[in-house]
Design a protein around this ligand. Structure first.
Ligand code: V4E
Length: 245
């Protein structure tokens, strides 16, 4: 349950061909490789993602990522380049997820939209998968009830690295992701138990970025940016104009 109460602070970066070598040079150790499939859900009018709320099913497990800090004044005193880092609360308990999703849908929307109200259920083609066992197998009536449909599906190959010891990089994880639609991105991340200070996480991320020689001040596209830009330009444009991506 720990992950239901943590905040993920992360910075994305563009991977060079020799990134693995660079990671090893600064003392990172590969802790494993895995492959996972993500399916992301939203209403047809993007009620969740337009609020920076990301509901996904990863290998059959539900996860909700939502923002914690949004206001600039909350970031006063943070290290330089902190704005390059995103921070999301992660919820993995299904009842909590359903509760939150209902709350987000009510917010600023008068009343909750359900399939029986103004919006009909949209039967969107969910991309075919060989590994159907990865689909959520439980009772999915809540998705229908909340008018949630799959808007993105992709598989990622991930190689994860950590740093041993108690040094500056303890608790820092670096993920190298390769999505099946042909996009690679790196992430430096620290998981902070909810309520704990995130300043030290930001400093650790900044330090690791420096040691990897990452100077770029520009925001790096995540897998979702590239996926939507390519396959769902209308959704992408809406998120861009709402400054979500
Ligand atoms: C939060 C978010 C999305 C959900 C996916 O988040 P991301 O961390 O990119 O994916 P992944 O596969 O690395 O998840 P993990 O395994 O780390 O939990 S999709 C778009 N967003 C918004 C967003 C944003 N506004 N800015 C940045 C830098 N990232 C994501």
């Amino acid at each position: 349950l720990q992950s239901t109460m943590s905040v993920e602070v992360e910075r994305k970066f563009v991977c060079d061909a020799d990134i693995q070598k660079q990671l090893e040079e600064i003392g990172a150790v590969c802790i494993g490789q895995k492959q996972f499939q993500d399916k992301y859900f939203d209403t047809p009018d993007f009620l969740l993602t337009l609020r920076d709320v990301w509901l996904r099913c990863r290998q059959g497990c539900w996860e909700l990522k939502c923002t914690t800090v949004t206001k600039a004044e909350d970031r006063v005193g943070e290290p330089q380049k902190a704005e390059l880092c995103s921070r999301y609360q992660e919820i993995t308990n299904l009842s909590q997820i359903q509760l939150k999703v209902r709350e987000f849908m009510k917010e600023g929307n008068g009343e909750q939209k359900t399939a029986n109200q103004t919006h009909p259920v949209v039967h969107q083609d969910t991309p075919k998968t060989e590994g159907a066992e990865n689909c959520p197998t439980g009772n999915e009536s809540w998705l229908m009830e909340l008018n949630l449909v799959c808007f993105a599906e992709f598989t990622t190959q991930r190689c994860s690295f950590t740093f041993g010891g108690e040094g500056d990089e303890s608790g820092v994880r670096v993920d190298l992701d390769q999505a099946d639609f042909g996009y690679c991105v790196g992430e430096i991340e620290v998981l902070v138990p909810k309520g704990e200070d995130i300043q030290s996480a930001l400093r650790k991320i900044e330090k690791t970025a420096q040691r990897l020689g990452l100077s770029g001040d520009q925001r790096v596209q995540g897998k979702m940016d590239v996926y939507l830009q390519r396959y769902s330009p209308e959704h992408y444009a809406k998120l861009l104009s709402a400054s979500i991506l």
